[in-house]
Structures are given as structure tokens and as C-alpha cells.
Unconditional design. Structure first.
Length: 225
């Protein structure tokens, strides 16, 4: 793992670095996570490492190993597929609500800033699909859907999903490999339908997007524990 440069939110940086190591397989289920070793590898004190480990444990990413240690939780396929069903319904609702707000011209100044952020994110991600940037694109995917949920005007959609999305990302990292171009073209179409104020199309495209994700995850049902 790379060393962490000093930042204001050091705990968040450490958490993201640990999670990326889990995503890429640098840290595997069964590997013991020692606070001192992690702190030394990342060039930080033990305190942000302890807090980051606690956050990842609360999200179900880590689980106890023996009496004192921690390790990476095994992927629970049934739990993740159940989560995908809930996420699909809520993301369809978010897209419909966002498109309805566009149709009724109900976006405020903050929403317009979010729209520009989404445009930038899509453009950057469509460039990234040309190279080997899979981990970054997985993070960008989470950010895209978070921003769309924000445009819905209903803060409960994101707050309901937020505690579970890191765990979901572990399987998405596997599923999305080789599909990034298709995924980001779908994101672009969903976003365009929202901006054009077409709630039915926004919901339909989001549903197709999530159904394809579920189908892709199905390829791995017999490969994960």
C-alpha cells in the first residue's frame, strides 16, 4: 500500500487506502490486520488506523480474527444480491425524482453545481475507460449514483444506502471489470434523460442498468462464498 500524504481528513484517507487494498486483493480474507504494521506501511500514526478499522468493521468489511485481531470479511453473495434489489428500486426512484425536478425547473443553485460535477465525472470516466483505471472507475461509479441521488431532492435515498455501499463495491469491483465502457455510456444516457426532464425514460434506463448489473453479478454466484 502507498504512503498517505498528510491531509485534513486523515481517517477518511486511511479508510479509503485500506478499502482499495481490499478491493484489489492486496488484503484478503484471513489476512491479519495489525495496527502497527498498517500505520508503518502508510506512514501515519496508529490513531487514524484504529478509527479507519472501526469504520470498516461497522460497514461489515472487516470481521474478528481470533480474540484480538481483524481480517477481511468473506463476500456474502445472498446479502449483496438482496442489497442490489433494494439499490435498484431506490436508484430508479432517484432518477425519476431528479428528472421530475428538471421537468418542473426545480433545481436550485446547489443542484446546478452538482450537475456540473456529474458532467465532469462522466467526461473524466469516459476517458479513463481507455486505460487500466478500474479501481478509480469503481469509485467514480459510487460517486455518480450518489450525485444522482442528491439531485432527487430526497436525502433519505442516499442515507438508507450509504451504510451498505462499501460492501457492495467489493462484488461490483469483480463484476464491472471489462464492462467499464458500457457502464459509463449507460450513466451518460441516464444523466441526459434526467436533464431532458423525462422521468419515465430516466427510470427505465436506470432499471436496465441495474438489471444488467444483477445479471453480471450472477456469473459469480458460484465463485464467491
Amino acid at each position: 500500500m502507498k504512503k498517505i500524504a498528510p491531509q485534513i481528513d486523515l481517517v477518511e484517507s486511511v479508510k479509503n487506502a485500506l478499502f482499495e487494498a481490499i478491493l484489489t486483493g492486496e488484503i484478503l480474507p484471513g489476512d491479519k490486520l495489525a495496527q502497527d504494521d498498517l500505520a508503518e506501511k502508510m506512514g501515519v500514526s496508529r490513531q487514524p488506523v484504529i478509527q479507519a478499522l472501526r469504520i470498516l468493521s461497522e460497514h461489515g468489511i472487516l470481521c474478528p480474527l481470533g480474540k484480538k485481531g481483524l481480517t477481511v470479511s468473506s463476500i456474502d453473495k445472498d446479502r449483496l444480491l438482496n442489497l442490489l434489489v433494494v439499490r435498484s428500486e431506490l436508484d430508479c426512484l432517484a432518477a425519476r425524482l431528479a428528472a421530475t425536478r428538471a421537468l418542473n425547473k426545480n433545481f436550485n443553485e446547489g443542484d446546478h453545481d452538482q450537475i456540473e460535477n456529474i458532467k465532469t465525472l462522466i467526461n473524466k470516466s469516459l476517458e479513463l475507460v481507455k486505460g487500466k483505471n478500474h479501481t478509480v472507475l469503481v469509485r467514480n461509479d459510487l460517486e455518480f449514483h450518489k450525485l444522482v441521488r442528491g439531485l432527487s431532492g430526497n436525502e433519505f435515498i442516499q442515507s438508507i444506502l450509504e451504510p451498505h455501499l462499501l460492501h457492495h463495491s467489493r462484488l461490483f469491483y469483480i463484476m464491472a471489470d471489462g464492462r467499464n465502457k458500457e457502464i459509463w455510456e449507460q450513466h451518460q444516457s441516464i444523466f441526459q434523460s434526467i436533464l431532458s426532464g423525462d422521468p419515465d425514460k430516466a427510470e427505465m434506463l436506470t432499471k436496465q442498468h441495474t438489471v444488467e448489473a444483477e445479471t453480471s453479478m450472477g456469473w459469480y454466484r458460484d465463485e464467491i462464498s
